[in-house]
Structure formats: C-alpha cells, structure tokens
Design a protein around this ligand. Structure first.
Ligand SMILES: O=C(O)CCC(=O)C(=O)O
Ligand SMILES: [Fe+2]
Length: 478
C-alpha cells in the first residue's frame, strides 16, 4: 500500500488517455498493484463501488483494461459476488499433499498449488497458515485486558488518521482506509518529517509511538524473533537463513497503524516497500477489533502467466488480538491485501472498526542520507524484480517516479548491491556483493540461524563510495 498511500499529491500528472493507462496497468510490473488498478478503474467507472471494481479485476485476471471493457460493454456474466458472510468457509486442506521444501530452490514452503483461478482458500489454524503461506499466526497473543487497553488507546487515536491521497489525471483518489505512521522517539519523528522520503515527499502523518504500543512492541519483538528462528529451522531449505536475510535481532522501531472502518474499507494487493527495511524484511502485524480477511497470493513470473491464471488466493482470518508474522519470504515473492467484506461481526469495543499495527524494523544503514539519490535529487526507492524471470529477485534503487505511471521521473535506475546479510556496501561489516558469482557455497542459503546483536555503524557516506562496475546505470529491467 505504501506504493501510493503515504503522501499528499503535489504534482499534476500529464493527461494521456486513461484507457491507455488501463492497458499498461496490466503489462508494467511496476504498475501492477491492485490499488493502482482500482484507482484507474475508479476514474473510468466512478459510479461503480470499489468491491464491484475489485470483482471485475479479479475475474479478468488482474487486467484493468479487460475489466474496464467488460464493464463498458455491460457484460457481467463472469462476475458474481457471493452473498455469504465475511468469514467464508473452512476448506479442508489436509487433502492436499505437501512436498518437502528441500532442494526446491524456492524460499517459500514448496506446496502444490492449493487454489485455482478465481478461488479463495480459507485458512484458520496456525498450522495451516504456516504450512501454506510465508506467515505464522498466534491467536490470543496478548492477555485479554492488555489487548483491550491497546485497542482503546488506538480507537482514541484513529480519528486523527488520514487517507493517503494521490492524483490520477484530474481526479484525486483516496486510499480506501485510514492510517498513521509511528516512530519510537521524538527525534525519529523529526527525522521522518525532514529527512525520510516516501514517493518523493516527506511524511506528514507521523507521530510518536503511544505508551501502550511501545509496551506491546517489546512483547512483539520477543515473539517475532522466536518465530523467525523457528521458521528458518523448520521451513527454510537446509534450515538456513535466506540470502539477504539479516542475521541481526529484529528490533521494531516504527509502525504503520491502519484503521478499517466498516467492511468496505480495505487495502489492495501490494508488497510493502523495502526502502528502509531492506531485503527480506520481517513484519509483525497485530490485529485488534473486527475480524477481517488477510489475503495473500504468490507472485508468478511474467513468462508463466498461464500458470498464474491457474492460481487463486489464500485468505488468512485475522481475529481480534492475533499476531501475524510476515516472514522473510513474503515481500519479494507474495502480495497481500485486506479484502473488502460483505458482512462483519461488530466488536464490543471497536464496533465496525479493525485496527492493525504493522511493527517494522527501520535499518539505520538505510537512512536516506546513505541511499542513492536519483537525478531529480530525491532519495531512491528500493524495489525487487518480482515478475521478470531473467532478473527476478534482484534489487534496484530507482527514481520513485519510475514506477508511477503518469509521473515524469528522471528514469534513474541502478542495481542495488547487498551482501548475504542484506547489508549495503556503505554499512559496517559489509561482506561483499552477494549477487556476484559465489565460490564459497553460500549461494543457496546462509550458514546458521544465529541472531547476534551487531553494531550498525557506517563505513562512509554513500557520496564517498565509488560506483562499482555492476552498479552503473543500466536500463530499468521492469
Ligand atoms: O491491515 C493489515 O493487516 C495489513 C496492512 C498492510 O498491509 C500494511 O500496512 O502494509
Ligand atoms: Fe502491507
């Protein structure tokens, strides 16, 4: 969601035909986020509710262009909304065989595709969730009173949350839920307001982490680190960290808090932005209030479009007081969303609201003063190639506007270098570019799950670094 939600509009976009944009929205990887496609469809079909647009989009395999054509022609034979309650049904998944992940070359648990095009498989138990997605879930995470206290505190905060807005041609489109960003100290708040850049702009909606959030943060930290150790041991190939996964203790120091007021509010499919989290990021996501569906789907390489069509999505049910851990496999290889719900069960304290805290670990060495700036003079965003098979899994720094259709950026793009621990060249302890040919056998995984505290001092400013031959400006691969 961060792709488009975290700022107020500033620029006036050029106005090519919206329908042309709808066409490219399906072919350009950078524009593939559902939220963007929904915005395109909203501008073309302002009379249609978001959930109807979403249904069309799903029914037409994510093609905004085809969905728009179908709506214009009045053909709705394909799109049928189920009139069932929000929480769906229990699917028996034990009938599906689980293969060993060992040797599969994949960093996610290797399972046979569980879902078919247009179908949603609903998962409820922690075992099912961890076996079939890169997530783990802990129900009844906090003592009941603590969860309620935190929820009450955040319900008081929620009226100050805002919608992300952005400009699409002549229209201002709003994100379909509200949110606010929190960091743990007042100094960090000031830094966010004056140094950290999100899509070319400083963050306006930032506040200091509330006392209850901070207290819960240390409990989340402990559990997430235990879960990560268990995940590596039980699910990763050879029980090793993934390449680029940090060996350091996960230390939450920032969080996006989201509020979904009523079943219509949602967030479209997206991967979280890695710019300040680094590769193979881990996120601890605490749900409070109304239970909603968290949907995930695996990103399939472009060339395998037909098999992508064969895959559906998985819905993980997030009740009040549940902690979902998004593991290192998640952001690069999967997308996630909160689906609109046709019906919700009101919560005694939150009524129709769901509050969600996504605890995150901002890395000191990814402060924007160290990361590359594009030719516009703005800090770049960090992206991972997700769809193009030839470069899939490689990271790049790029002008924030490059992947925003309609934005005129400077087209700056440079491959990002990280060592096996996910550290960039300017960080202390950098071990060398993990993308270069490997001779010491570290290629498939990284030895040991040791989670040591390490200093995060810096070798030198990025401005002092020499550009290596591999980081010269190349044509953007997406
Ligand atoms: O509300 C949720 O559970 C997910 C929120 C989310 O994806 C995000 O903040 O990036
Ligand atoms: Fe997210």
């Amino acid at each position: 969601m961060e792709e488009i939600r975290k700022h107020k509009p500033k620029r006036v976009r050029p106005s090519p035909e919206a329908i042309e944009l709808a066409k490219t929205a399906n072919t350009d990887e950078s524009a593939e986020d559902t939220e963007f496609k929904l915005a395109v469809l909203t501008s073309l079909h302002p009379d249609k509710p978001q959930e109807v647009l979403l249904d069309y989009l799903t029914a037409y395999g994510g093609s905004a262009y085809k969905a728009s054509q179908a709506m214009s022609s009045g053909y709705d034979g394909v799109v049928k909304r189920k009139k069932t309650a929000a929480n769906g049904y229990q699917s028996s998944i034990h009938a599906f065989a689980t293969q060993s992940a060992e040797g599969s070359g994949s960093s996610s648990p290797a399972v046979k595709p569980l879902t078919k095009k247009g179908k949603t498989l609903h998962l409820y138990t922690p075992k099912d969730v961890e076996n079939h997605t890169p997530c783990s879930i802990i129900h009844n995470f906090l003592p009941k009173e603590d969860a309620d206290t935190l929820l009450k505190e955040l319900l008081e905060e929620a009226p100050s949350f805002e919608r992300g807005t952005f400009q699409l041609f002549e229209k201002t489109v709003q994100s379909p839920h509200t949110w606010k960003f929190y960091v743990d100290t007042m100094d960090a708040v000031k830094e966010q307001q004056s140094e950290y850049v999100y899509d070319g702009l400083y963050e306006a909606q930032v506040a200091k982490t509330t006392p209850e959030m901070l207290r819960v943060s240390s409990i989340v930290k402990e559990t997430v680190n235990e879960e990560v150790t268990r995940r590596i041991r039980d699910f990763h190939p050879s029980g090793k960290r993934l390449k680029f996964q940090s060996p350091e203790t996960w230390e939450p120091n920032a969080s996006f808090v989201n509020c979904y007021d009523g079943g219509k509010e949602n967030v479209g499919y997206h991967s979280d932005q890695l710019t300040y989290l680094g590769p193979r990021a881990i996120i601890g996501s605490l749900s409070l209030g109304v239970a909603r569906e968290f949907r995930v789907r695996r990103i399939v390489p472009q060339e395998d479009a037909s098999s992508a069509d064969e895959q559906g999505q998985i819905a993980i049910h997030l009740p009040h007081n549940s902690l979902l851990v998004m593991h290192a496999e998640m952001q690069e290889e999967w997308k996630h969303s909160i689906a609109p719900a046709q019906a919700i069960d009101p919560h005694p304290l939150a009524l129709n609201k769901r509050i969600n805290i996504t605890y995150r670990c901002y890395k000191d060495y990814l402060h924007p003063k160290y990361t590359p700036k594009c030719k516009c003079g703005v800090s770049c965003v960090l992206r991972c190639v997700q769809k193009r098979r030839a470069t899939r899994g490689r990271y790049m720094w790029m002008c924030y506007a490059n992947y925003k259709p309609g934005e005129k950026g400077c087209a700056y793009f440079v491959w990002a270098e990280f060592d096996v621990d996910g550290k960039p060249p300017w960080a202390e302890g950098y071990k060398g570019n993990a993308n270069l040919p490997v001779v010491d056998g570290l290629e498939k995984g990284v030895e040991g799950g040791g989670r040591t505290e390490k200093g995060t001092g810096f070798k030198k400013d990025r401005s002092q670094m020499e550009q290596s031959p591999r980081s010269k400006i190349e044509q953007s691969p997406i």
